[in-house]
Design a protein around this ligand. Structure first.
Ligand code: HEM
Length: 405
């Protein structure tokens, strides 16, 4: 199972590695996975006091994503004790329970639905670009990458767009705060409680005053012939909130840094907008933003590792996307790569619910931006940092361009 023969024996150990807080990881993500792979496609650690296995290869990762009977997603945060793991439905449920909830959400995020809402997505995208175009500068992260998917998502959920600042502040505290700034996790816990309180109130409100939105739909949805409980509604809304706000934003930061530094790639996408969907796949592969995890459900030898029940398995999708055994020149970004393979949206039962929406948002952003701002560069001297825990992204990206004024 899991290409055991290819793992070095013994499997290399990096006992102190916690990729979420590692300085080299934060500096060199995502290429750092190539450096680590030179050592091995699998390695072990125990930074949190329990065994953590890192699977970097495409085949091993895909198998781990697919086999929920061995790799349970009741743990998706590798460095947190199991009793403190969040409940994010449907992600933290294993089949067959998982499917009952996933089925309720699928119609809202299908390919057809994403297509249907594309004009609204485009409209919001253009409004945002126009709000700073004449200034000849923006901070891509704060002025565009975060607001754009947040507004779309809030509309789907039925949340007031005017409150997006509050939502983004919570996301910063919850998702972009490392152990150095928050050693006892109190900041993150507070943000989590505030989000839960807000969403709880929203759920109550929609029960009394129904609207045409996802939260109202969920208050009327049933599993096993009963309505969803408040806890279930909260766990679903919470996951959607995090997945909908932070992921597309993170991807956009890498895409626009790349295009700011590669004028020929910008020109190609501007002149041949029909090539944008393929370019989006290459961005998703090369700059994959999600590192997720599982807990081992029973003792097993997998990928050459003697895994025990309770061990954690880390799945960095940026590593599997760059596996040279899967793809020629995997360590190279190719804007016109003829065939692509990646696990950037995961695989198996938990494959990303929002992938169709995400692809639409990314393609529309690239197309509409380059129609209006064809040439731009990173502001000289800008200091660009990034966060890598869970969902990676740049913290800031100041861009400048010529205007006609
Ligand atoms: C570029 C953007 C995105 C990327 C790279 C991404 C990536 C992923 C990945 C890797 C997973 C699997 C996690 C695991 O198995 O542990 C996942 C699951 C999920 N994603 Fe996304 N995602 C993106 C955008 C979105 C959006 C826009 C939404 C929706 C609002 C969304 C909602 C979800 C949900 C609900 C799950 C859990 C599905 C389940 O458990 O059945 N994602 N995503």
């Amino acid at each position: 199972m899991g290409k055991a023969s290819e793992a070095p024996n013994p499997v290399p150990q990096f006992p102190h590695l916690n990729h979420e807080n590692d300085a080299a990881m934060t500096r060199e993500y995502p290429a750092i996975w190539d450096t680590l792979r030179h050592e091995s496609n699998v390695f072990g650690g125990n930074a949190a006091g329990w065994k953590v296995w890192y699977l970097l290869g495409f085949d091993d990762q895909r198998e781990a994503f697919q086999k929920s009977d061995i790799f349970s997603s009741r743990v998706v945060s590798p460095f947190i004790e199991e009793k403190d793991q969040p409940s994010w439905i449907p992600l933290t449920l294993d089949p067959p329970e998982h499917q009952k909830y996933r089925r309720l959400l699928n119609p809202w995020f299908s390919e057809a639905t994403a297509k249907e809402i594309t004009p609204r997505v485009r409209e919001r995208c253009v409004e945002l670009i126009e709000s700073f175009r004449a200034a000849g500068r923006c901070n891509l992260v704060a002025d565009f990458a975060r607001l754009y998917p947040t507004h779309i998502f809030m509309k789907i959920m039925g949340l007031p767009v005017e409150e997006s600042g509050k939502f983004l502040g919570w996301i910063d505290e919850l998702m972009h705060t490392g152990d150095a700034a928050d050693p006892n996790r109190s900041l993150r816990l507070r943000a989590q409680q505030e989000i839960a309180q807000y969403l709880g109130e929203l759920i109550n409100l929609r029960r009394k005053d129904p609207r045409d939105d996802l939260v109202t739909y969920l208050t009327r949805a049933a599993v096993d012939d009963r309505l969803l409980t408040d806890m279930e509604l909260l766990a679903i809304s919470f996951l959607l909130y995090m997945a909908g706000l932070d992921t597309v934003a993170g991807m956009l930061t890498y895409i626009f840094r790349h295009l700011a530094e590669n004028p020929s790639h910008r020109a190609k996408l501007r002149q041949h907008p029909e090539s944008i969907p393929d370019a989006v796949e290459e961005f998703l592969r090369y700059y994959a933003i999600v590192t997720t995890a599982r807990v081992v459900a029973r003792d097993v030898d997998f990928a050459g590792c003697p895994m025990h029940a309770g061990d954690r398995v880390v799945l960095p999708t940026a590593a599997s996307g760059r596996d040279p055994r899967q793809l020629a020149e995997a360590g190279k970004f190719m804007i016109d790569r003829p065939q692509n393979r990646h696990l950037s949206f995961g695989a198996g039962p938990h494959r990303c619910l929002g992938s169709h929406l995400a692809r639409v948002e990314l393609a529309v952003a690239i197309e509409e931006w380059h129609r209006r701002i064809p040439d731009y560069r990173i502001e000289p001297g800008a200091k660009i940092t990034q966060h890598v825990a869970g969902v990676a992204g740049l913290d800031t990206l100041p861009l400048v361009w010529e205007t006609n004024r």
